[in-house]
Design a protein around this ligand. Structure first.
Ligand SMILES: [Mg+2]
Length: 417
């Protein structure tokens, strides 16, 4: 996998001809063609209903909660079950939407039509007006429970239901956020984290998060970028995430510094919904631009890909509405030679969903974010230690999600009303 065509382009042309990068901005005609090709790709089926001869009618979806942990249980008419753990941080205030709008739509439907169902909810009774993180986290919570159930019925792990089991192990990196600490202190902490995981890659935060160029403390970013590279050497893969810190000019200035020190990608250089500006930054730089973790619209993702605004796509598996929608983004990206490194937060079983999704990708990026499994949920897994060993985690390969949550712990949960 060539990570970032821009890197390739940069090294394959004379330095003085960098202006020719601008020729990569597609013309209107090319754009229309790009978009229609991507539309076609996004319409291809993801969920493999061919594994199921009989219909699987969704009889109930029950949400329970214990100490801020939200579990959704799906039961079919024939008594098959599956579980998901939601993005707990957000479900704490989103459950009325899940219960009043999303769940009723799925009841009585055939789970084999999962592709159509995640699209159907969007148009059902003007639900599209709610499009955003609130709607899609709720849909993802339902989708993940259904995928677990369908995997148990078919005796297949989730990656086989949405693609092929391409990646049995996931190489991970540790993300570090020490904004507010000096460059020196940030570096010491980053070193400690890297030692703990044995990872061959790392990511750290630059800028001030949606801060209109402010840095905390001032000058930290310019100091830290060279320091981190010098401390870890050129064999280490190093990513930088600005969380939308910059305006275009400043983003390009910081991007040039990242290029000088051979950083491997530059995430969210400008605020996430500055689509044209993201494209402008990408066009001015050779370092791959990563983004998409806040994106909730398929159409806008298509725009970002068609316009070469991103060289790495990062749909969040919850915020973007689950694995089927995220797989459509990954496939669109793949058609343009762009890798996918999905975003996920550590809330609930987040990383386990990430492992399954990445396992099914044929354009997975080389490293994926992992901060360790959430220890609040007692579970067993026969097929993976769920730990980073020499920088790699084995993907659970049992049916469905491939883990068993402790029964006693499940019983402590009570219905949410
Ligand atoms: Mg980020």
């Amino acid at each position: 996998m060539k990570l970032g065509r821009r890197k390739f382009v940069k090294t394959s042309i004379a330095a003085g001809a960098l202006a020719s990068l601008n020729m990569k901005i597609p013309s209107i005609g090319e754009l229309r063609q790009n978009v229609s090709e991507l539309d076609h790709i996004a319409r291809q089926p993801v969920f493999k209903k061919e594994f199921f001869n009989e219909n699987v009618i969704i009889e109930s979806l029950e949400l329970t909660e214990y100490k801020g942990n939200y579990i959704l249980k799906v039961t079919s008419k024939d008594g098959a079950t599956g579980l998901s753990v939601s993005n707990n941080r957000h479900m704490a205030y989103l459950y009325p939407l899940l219960q009043q709008i999303v769940i009723p739509f799925f009841i009585g439907k055939d789970a084999r039509n999962l592709d159509e169902l995640v699209d159907g909810i969007y148009l059902h009774k003007s639900t599209y007006k709610l499009q955003g993180l609130a709607l899609w986290i709720s849909v993802a919570t339902v989708e993940f429970a259904i995928l677990d159930m369908m995997g148990r019925i078919a005796n297949k792990p989730i990656p086989e239901l949405i693609g092929d089991f391409n990646n049995k192990e996931i190489s991970v990196y540790r993300a570090n956020n020490y904004r507010g600490k000096s460059a020196e202190e940030s570096l010491e902490r980053i070193k400690k984290n890297v030692e703990e995981t044995g990872a061959k890659a790392l990511k750290f935060k630059i800028g001030g998060r949606m801060s209109n160029n402010a840095d905390y403390p001032p000058g930290r970013t310019e100091k830290l970028i060279p320091m981190v590279r010098e401390a870890f050497g050129y064999d280490m893969t190093i990513y930088a995430d600005s969380n939308g810190s910059y305006t275009v000019d400043k983003a390009i200035e910081i991007g040039k510094l990242l290029e000088e020190y051979k950083y491997d990608f530059y995430e969210e250089p400008v605020p996430f919904d500055w689509l044209e500006e993201t494209r402008d930054v990408a066009n001015a730089l050779s370092i791959p631009i990563a983004g998409g973790e806040q994106e909730t619209s398929m159409r806008r993702f298509k725009w970002l890909i068609a316009n070469n605004a991103l060289q790495i796509v990062q749909p969040d598996l919850f915020y973007f509405g689950g694995m089927i929608r995220s797989m459509r983004v990954a496939r669109m990206a793949e058609s343009k030679g762009i890798p996918c490194i999905p975003h996920i937060s550590n809330s609930g079983l987040g990383y386990i969903y990430m492992f399954h999704f990445v396992a099914a990708l044929s354009n997975a990026g080389p490293y994926h974010e992992f901060k360790g499994i959430n220890k609040k949920i007692p579970m067993v897994c026969d097929t993976s230690s769920l730990k980073s060993e020499n920088g790699k985690v084995a993907v659970p390969s049992g049916p469905g999600l491939g883990i068993t949550i402790d029964q006693g712990y499940l019983k402590k949960h009570s219905p949410v009303s």
